[in-house]
Write a protein that binds this ligand. Sequence first.
Ligand code: TF8
Length: 338
Amino acid sequence: MAGCMAMGLLFLTACSSGTTQGSGTDKGIQQRVIKAGIGLNEDHPEGQGLLKFKEIVEQKSGGKLKVQTYFSATLGDDLKMTEALQAGTQEITIPSTSPLVGIMKEFGIFDFPFLFNTSEEADAILDGPIGQKLLEKLPEYGLIGLGYWENGFRHVTNSKRAIETADDFKGLKLRTMQNEVHIDAFKELGANPTPMPFSEVFTALESHTIDGQENPLATIKSNKFYEVQKHLSLTKHVYTPFVFLVSKKFWDTLSSEEQKILQEAAIEAGKYQRQLSREEDQKALDELKKTGVKINEISDQERQKMAEIIQPVVETYAKKFGDDLVNELYNELDKIRQ
Ligand code: TF8
């Protein structure tokens, strides 16, 4: 403590926060600027959710906590921003869980194709013991998880042909997220998966470096992928959550009151975001129908065939992520479906 005093007033906050037990110092609410960045645009449900978060935090803190928002990957892609949180140079980001498997492999359980049938099933798992267990592991990696938002069910777009059967994937060069379950699943279907960060996708589609990509409808609309794609096939092949992340380095400097404000705002804004995401999913489909992109449905039978082809990949990764965790996931899902 003597060393801290010698450093003078400027360093007092950092020093005294180190002396508190557990999380949360005891200092009320201070003036702070919180940088929050996401990869998607402001008009996307995630962007609107972030604005709602900002509004709630600023209101609950009486304007002392200011949230500075950055959209459209201006601070970098999911992985880069998450690493900035670990380093303590950015405070908040809300990435897809999928590209985070290099940091915490267990997030990969959500990448199993055809795992969830509905958004409500996803909510129940993410808000239940499984989702919680994964959030509780995050501090080991310098991250604090305040809950899950919705990216949503993903569908494939491409410039070559309508995907109607499992065979139609053969030879397609598809951009995937940087996630081994996705890469191996598309390989199993005979496609040529090409992982890359999201912000490079539009240009890669436009220049035909890749034939296609897969994302929820709200993103296909917001990022105008329909301008550079001929076909949208409603594969609904996997659900992707967003995880609301705070830098642990930053979190540990906050008072319990400040932490509570951020926690509550992340949950409240998350409820709003999920609702908006579901409304937008339907609206985006109607609007995409008016663009030049050709939209086709997939029969349940074909979806079932795709799931069977991919099953060995799921089994391999279930072992890697931990059979206990995966069995718990399936048991929880069984309970929800009863
Ligand atoms: C992807 C994801 C992204 C989001 C976002 C850019 O395809 O679905 O849309 O994670 O942060 O990379």
